[in-house]
Design a protein around this ligand. Structure first.
Ligand code: CAA
Length: 394
C-alpha cells in the first residue's frame, strides 16, 4: 500500500524583517546575510501568534469537512512549546473542529521531530488504511537581539496530511536514523532563548549528513544519481548548500549536477524569505521545491535530510505521485509578499514582547495582524484562542 503526503499547507507570520535593514542596524555588511547566510528576510510573529495559531492556520488551508471527519490523529512537532503539559495538538484539534475520537499529542527533538511524526503517521495509516493523520510542524525560532543566531530567526508552520494513496509524495520504506549525544543547541526550561555553540552545530549538521548518507547508501544500495532533488533541514540556506556540495561527487554527470543544483535553489526560495522555522524547515524546503522547480516530474525520487540538534538525524526518500502539481498553491509568493515590513525597532518590540500578568494570571494583548486564528488573551493562566472574526467577548 502506498502511504505518504496527500496535502501540504503553510502559514507564516504576517510581519517581516528585511535582512538589509538588520545588517544596517547591526553594523554588518549586508552581503554577510544575503550571500554568507543566503537570507533575504525573516517572518516575525507577534505575541498573539504562536505555534497553535500558526499550526491551525496551516492546517485550515488544506482540510475539507471530509478530512475533519476522517482524521484520527493530530501530531504537533515543535521545539517552541507553549505548555509543558498540554499538547499544542489538543488546542489545534479543537480550533479545527476535528472529530472527537482522535489521538492528539506533541513531539519533541529539536528540529527533527516532524520527521518522527511522519513516521508515526505512516505506521498508523499502515495499520488503518482509511485513517488520515494530520502532522503539523510549528515553531517560532527566537535567538535574541544581537546574538549570532539573530539573522537566522523565523516563524511558521507546515501542515501535512498523511494518508494511503497520497496525491503528492509516496514514502519509500528506506529511513536511516542516527542519534549522537552532543550539546550544539539546546534550550533549558528556564530560558526563553536557546544556548548555541554555533560553529560546532554546523559541524555536527554536516557530519551527521555525511555519516547518515553513507549508511543510507549502504543499506539501500542508493546513489545520488537516483534522486531528482535532495531536500535539507534549512537552519539557514547556506548551510544546506554546503550540505549539497558535500554530497556531489565525481561520478555524477554534468546534467545531474545541474538538475540537483537547480532544484536546490528552488527548495530554498521560501526559507530565504521566512528564515528558520525549526521542525518545519525541511518540509518548507520540500514545498518550496514543489512550487518553484521547473523540472520535477511524477515518479521522480526526492531525498530528505532531517537534522535536530542534540542530535538526531534521518535520511529517507519518497516518490512524486502523478498529478502532484494539482495539489500546490500557485498564489504562495503573493501571500509572502503581503507581509508587513517592520523597522528594526518595531521588530525588536514585537518579536520579544512578553505577557504581563495580573495577580490572577490574566494578560491582555494589543491587536496584531495574525492568520485565521489569534491568541486573544490569557485568562487565569489559560490561553484563549479565537478565529479572527470571533471573540470570547461576543
Ligand atoms: N560577504 C559575504 N559573505 C560573508 C561576509 C560578507 N561580507 N561576511 C561573512 N560572510 C560569510 C562567511 O564567510 C561565512 O561563510 P562560510 O560559512 O561559507 O565560511 C558566513 O558568511 C557566515 O559567517 P560566519 O562564519 O562569520 O558565521 P556567523 O557569525 O554568521 O554565525 C552561525 C554562523 C554560528 C551558524 C550563526 O548563524 C548561528 O549561531 N546560528 C544558529 C545555529 C544554527 O543555525 N546552527 C546550524 C546547525 S544546528 C541546526 O541545524 C538546528 C537548528 O535549526 C538550529
Amino acid at each position: 500500500m502506498s502511504i505518504g503526503i496527500d496535502k501540504i499547507g503553510l502559514a507564516t507570520a504576517k510581519y517581516r524583517l528585511d535582512m538589509a535593514d538588520l545588517a544596517l542596524a547591526r553594523d554588518t555588511d549586508p552581503n554577510k546575510y544575503s550571500v554568507g547566510l543566503m537570507l533575504d528576510s525573516l517572518s516575525i510573529a507577534p505575541i498573539t501568534e504562536d505555534i497553535v495559531t500558526l499550526g491551525a492556520a496551516a492546517a485550515e488551508q488544506i482540510l475539507t469537512e471530509a478530512d475533519r471527519a476522517r482524521i484520527d490523529m493530530v501530531i504537533v512537532a515543535t521545539e517552541s512549546s507553549i505548555d509543558q503539559s498540554k499538547a499544542a495538538a489538543v488546542f489545534i484539534h479543537g480550533l479545527l473542529g476535528i472529530q472527537p475520537f482522535a489521538r492528539s499529542l506533541e513531539m519533541k527533538e529539536a528540529c527533527y521531530s516532524a520527521t518522527a511524526a511522519l513516521n508515526y503517521a505512516k505506521l498508523h495509516v499502515a495499520s488503518k488504511p482509511d485513517s488520515k493523520v494530520l502532522v503539523i510542524a510549528s515553531d517560532i525560532a527566537k535567538y535574541g537581539i544581537g546574538s549570532s543566531g539573530e539573522p537566522t530567526q523565523g516563524s511558521g508552520a507546515l501542515a501535512m496530511l498523511v494518508t494511503s494513496q497520497p496525491r503528492i509524495l509516496a514514502f519509500n520504506d528506506d529511513n536511516v536514523a542516527q542519534t549522537r549525544d552532543v550539546m550544539d543547541f539546546w534550550r533549558p526550561n528556564y530560558s526563553s532563548t536557546p544556548f548555541v555553540q554555533g560553529m560546532f552545530s554546523t559541524k555536527q549538521y554536516l557530519d551527521c549528513l555525511k555519516t547518515t548518507w553513507a549508511e543510507f547508501q549502504k543499506r539501500n544500495q542508493a546513489q545520488l544519481q537516483d534522486f531528482a532533488a535532495f531536500c535539507f533541514h534549512i537552519p539557514y540556506p547556506k548551510l544546506a548548500n554546503k550540505g549539497l556540495n558535500k554530497l556531489l561527487d565525481k561520478s555524477l554527470s554534468e546534467e545531474k549536477v545541474e538538475e540537483l543544483k537547480a532544484n536546490f535553489q528552488a527548495s530554498i526560495s521560501y526559507s530565504r524569505q521566512i528564515g528558520n522555522i525549526y521542525t518545519g524547515s525541511l518540509y518548507l524546503g520540500f514545498l518550496s521545491l514543489l512550487e518553484n522547480s521547473h523540472s520535477l516530474k511524477a515518479g521522480q525520487k526526492i531525498a530528505f535530510f532531517s537534522y535536530g540538534s542534540g542530535a538526531v538525524a534521518e535520511i529517507f526518500s519518497g516518490q512524486l505521485v502523478a498529478g502532484f502539481e494539482k495539489m500546490l498553491d500557485s498564489n504562495r509568493q503573493a501571500q509572502l509578499d503581503q507581509r508587513q515590513k517592520l523597522t528594526v525597532p518595531a521588530y525588536e518590540k514585537l518579536f520579544f514582547e512578553e505577557a504581563h500578568f495580573d495577580d490572577q494570571g490574566n494578560a491582555d494583548f494589543d491587536n496584531y495582524d495574525t492568520h485565521t486564528f489569534a491568541l486573544e488573551r490569557i485568562d487565569h493562566h489559560q490561553r484563549l484562542y479565537k478565529r479572527k472574526e470571533e471573540s470570547y467577548d461576543n
